[in-house]
Design a protein around this ligand. Structure first.
Ligand code: 6GU
Length: 241
């Protein structure tokens, strides 16, 4: 799968792409992540501007339509093995649809994702009108730009690709994967006791049926206490009610 990231700060991704699971997935050519500096599409004047003040007034600066549209068209044309129709274009914005696990699963089925990271007050509306991207938000809070959100999306998608995780089971059991709307149960490893805190006896007994039952109960209890919205009970943890 190929990711194209359009950003004014490509170096933000350096550490993330060079460590751990991502580094391995890239080395094994399971994913290809290309970064494109939007400033390379700026007018060839000393400051290479890509932003300007909003018409009608207001705070901050907007990323301009011209460099953005030209950049996206050029980036699309860089990889001809994937037809334009097979690329999903995503603009990261707090105005977008909320990212979740089903969306990650859907993104993981596409050949190519183009992620446009906004800064300042975002993009000129005509970027959306012309390019018709999907607008995606990672949660109800405001980030300084789309870069961290793009990493969230890449991280959630890459681990769903075949061959990326060592143990294929581990994403099937995860909270929020399709059909599983429960939080994970607590887990323990050695030592059996630390500062008087003991591992629950049931986990040490080797009775697999009892362990499975305990874990299911723990998952349900946790979900009820922390995220009852996941149980279809819309009364708690849901500010819209
Ligand atoms: Cl995708 N971008 C920004 N700037 N802020 C956000 C976000 C995205 N998602 C949540 N907050």
């Amino acid at each position: 799968m190929r990711f194209d990231i359009v950003t004014l700060f490509p170096a933000i991704f350096d550490g993330y792409l060079s460590q751990g699971l991502l580094e391995k997935a890239i080395q094994r050519e399971l994913v290809d992540v290309q970064r494109h500096n939007l400033r390379d599409w700026a007018p060839d004047t000393p400051h290479r501007p890509v932003d300007d003040k909003p018409f009608g007034g207001g705070p901050g600066m907007l990323i301009q339509v011209e460099p953005t549209v030209r950049c996206v068209e050029d980036v699309q044309a860089m990889e001809t093995s994937s037809p334009p129709g097979s690329t999903r274009r995503i603009v990261l914005t707090p105005q977008g649809k909320r990212f979740d696990q089903p969306m990650a699963e859907e993104f993981a089925t596409s050949q190519r994702l183009m992620l446009l990271c906004g800064r300042y007050e975002g993009f000129d509306q005509r970027v959306m009108d012309i390019l018709q991207p999907e607008e995606v938000s990672v949660g109800d809070f405001v980030l300084n730009g789309g870069e961290v959100a793009a990493m969230v999306i890449i991280d959630a998608v890459v681990r769903l690709l075949p061959g990326v995780l060592g143990d294929e089971q581990s994403n099937i059991d995860d909270s929020f994967s399709r059909g599983n709307r429960l939080l994970e149960f607590p887990q323990y490893t050695r030592p059996r006791e630390f500062r008087g805190h003991k591992v629950p006896d049931v986990l040490l007994g080797g009775n697999h049926a009892a362990i499975a039952k305990w874990r299911a109960e723990q998952s349900h209890q946790r979900t009820l206490q922390r995220r009852s919205d996941l149980l279809g009970d819309q009364t708690d943890n849901n500010p819209s009610k």
